[in-house]
Design a protein around this ligand. Structure first.
Ligand code: HEM
Length: 537
């Protein structure tokens, strides 16, 4: 039998082209070919990295790859992980490399993108300029409103609850307590104390919210990393195969809670005609009002036809925009701080770190005024303990992906094509042994001058450590709330360790590790997070 020649040649040609396109080119000829592969399949398939991403194990897996193969790693055909400052985070995060849809696929609330999710530089920086000032260190430290919030939350709500716990003499789960106080803090700054959550005094409401939040976090892999599959399954009514239906309900409940706080803040602002005079200290919705004013200013300078006449029109039109931004700040702010505080409490309460706890106690109890924000901020040991915790236990230790522009150069790699996903992770940057000797050891001394032979040696070490310190990211997309986070975490540490001694039960918390995804939730023995015992001083 004679086979027809043309279809055979066409099939062979197609096979060769496919082989070249999907196997030979990515392995041998692509501009990423020179980069060591974290796994043999990485140049030809995303399956390897998707497997670890889906299990929230990407961070330690990629870190192990960097330890074996160096600072530049290929983790998928078009994905690189970079673990260096020069030719690494300095290039990627200071401009030109945009965020891509990994963020917007997941972090669009009410169907509207907050600045965190905005892929493009222009709209993002416009929004960031509207908000940066309300989170500036000087704004926070000089704010009578934040001082009032801090006093109410800590002295009137948290400390009485902790006294009850201390009296019981029983170990108590602290991740939820830190989550409650961090949430109350952030939401009070964003919406005002009377409009915010009160989870310290209403733990059941807090628990419901935290469970909802965890549900959202646990399933974010699907919309973020496999958006087309997720959306297809949604269209044919089969999304429940990968994301249980209650996750959608949990998301809706979170959105509804934040919307209620937005509405309450709006009512207050309208009632007082937009003027904060006469409003009780602590009740002013600082962030909400700032964004409202800035959006109105922007809208009222548009051309006549589009210009808004009054701010109420704006609120009608931009209600979801404002709520989406506020939701993002509240969620971004509470879990990160509570994760950091949980690890800080764990480290301080371990028997081998008891001398650090006593030294901190001496520093804190000597403070004349525990609510003097500048004095608290200036405590050297507290600063060292917090920096070391943020280094070893960064709350966002995982990948922060960005997309290459055309003709990008990254260290020794030049002429990179556009659309390559490049990412760095704080976990690995913070474990560079030449910058942080014995990187796996929690050692606040590395941030203190007494540990160095001279002031020059101390300053040189601090400079190098700051270049590699990445707990809050860097560049234009760096955390907008880092000063608020430092403020609230320091205030909480002073409130607790100025009044209580903390310890763990025999063997308690020995298994505290990080979940290895984008956000690093603490995972304790038997899923119990951190159980701690309090003793009044
Ligand atoms: C220990 C506490 C905190 C840590 C470790 C932390 C860490 C980070 C990191 C690493 C990023 C960059 C993420 C990325 O690009 O993928 C980020 C961004 C952001 N954070 Fe934080 N954060 C903390 C607290 C807060 C607080 C208290 C707020 C607000 C109240 C906040 C609001 C935000 C926002 C809005 C962004 C996006 C900024 C932008 O797109 O320009 N964070 N944070």
């Amino acid at each position: 039998m004679v086979l027809p020649l043309t279809p055979l040649v066409a099939a062979a040609l197609l096979l060769c082209l496919t082989l070249y396109r999907y196997i030979l080119h990515p392995i041998f000829f692509s501009s990423l070919s020179a980069v060591p592969s974290a796994h043999w399949s990485a140049p030809i398939s995303r399956l390897w990295i998707l497997y670890y991403r889906s299990r929230e194990e990407e961070t330690p897996t990629v870190h192990a790859g960097h330890q074996r193969l160096g600072p530049l790693l290929r983790i998928a055909p078009n994905e690189l992980s970079v673990n260096s400052v020069d030719g690494g985070i300095r290039t990627i995060y200071t401009g030109g490399y945009e965020k891509g849809d990994w963020y917007s696929n997941m972090f669009s609330n009410y169907g509207v993108m907050p600045m965190f999710a905005m892929p493009d530089h222009g709209p993002h920086s416009k929004r960031k300029r509207m908000l940066s000032n309300i989170y500036a260190k000087t704004t926070l430290q000089n704010s009578a409103s934040l001082k009032a919030i801090s006093k109410t939350l800590l002295d009137d709500r948290l400390i009485p609850r902790l006294h009850d716990i201390a009296q019981s003499g029983k170990p108590v789960e602290f991740y939820w307590i830190f989550a409650a106080v961090a949430m109350d803090f952030v939401s009070a700054w964003v919406f005002g104390l009377s409009q915010s959550t009160d989870f310290i005094r209403a733990p059941q409401e807090g628990d419901k919210f935290f469970q909802d939040y965890k549900a959202r976090q646990r399933y974010q892999f699907w919309p973020q990393d496999l958006p087309r599959l997720t959306s297809f399954l949604g269209k044919v009514g089969l999304q429940w195969l990968i994301i249980p239906c209650w996750v959608g309900r949990a998301n809706a409940d979170i959105e509804s809670l934040i919307m209620q706080m937005c509405d309450a803040a709006e009512n207050l602002v309208q009632k007082c005609g937009g003027q904060r005079a006469g409003i009780k200290n602590g009740d002013w919705p600082n962030v909400y009002a700032q964004l409202r004013t800035a959006l109105f200013k922007e809208a009222s300078t548009k051309s006549d036809t589009e210009a808004l006449q009054n701010v109420e029109d704006l609120v009608q039109k931009q209600r979801l925009t404002m709520a989406s931004e506020m939701l993002d700040h509240t969620l971004a702010g509470f879990d990160t701080s509570s994760i950091t505080l949980t690890f800080l409490a764990w480290e301080l309460s371990r028997p081998e770190n008891s001398s650090w706890q006593s030294r901190l106690r001496s520093e804190v109890t000597a403070l004349p005024d525990k609510h003097d924000a500048k004095a608290v901020d200036g405590l050297p040991l507290l600063q060292a303990i917090l920096m070391e915790t943020l280094r070893l236990h960064a709350a966002i230790p995982g990948n922060q992906p960005r997309i290459t522009p055309s003709n990008a150069t990254l260290g020794a790699l030049s002429n990179l094509p556009p659309g390559i996903r490049v990412q760095s992770q704080a976990w690995s940057l913070h474990r560079n042994p030449t910058v942080f000797p014995n990187p796996e050891t929690w050692n606040p001394a590395r941030w203190l001058p007494a540990s160095y032979p001279s002031s020059q040696a101390f300053e040189a070490a601090q400079r190098e450590m700051s270049r590699w310190f990445w707990a809050f990211g860097s560049g234009g997309r760096m955390c907008v709330g880092s000063n608020l986070a430092m403020y609230d975490m320091k205030a909480i540490v002073v409130a607790i360790w100025g009044r209580f001694r903390t310890s763990m039960e025999e063997g308690g918390g020995t298994g505290m590790v990080h979940r290895g995804g984008y956000v690093a939730e603490p995972v304790g023995d038997g899923g119990r997070f951190l159980e701690m015992v309090l003793e009044v001083l």
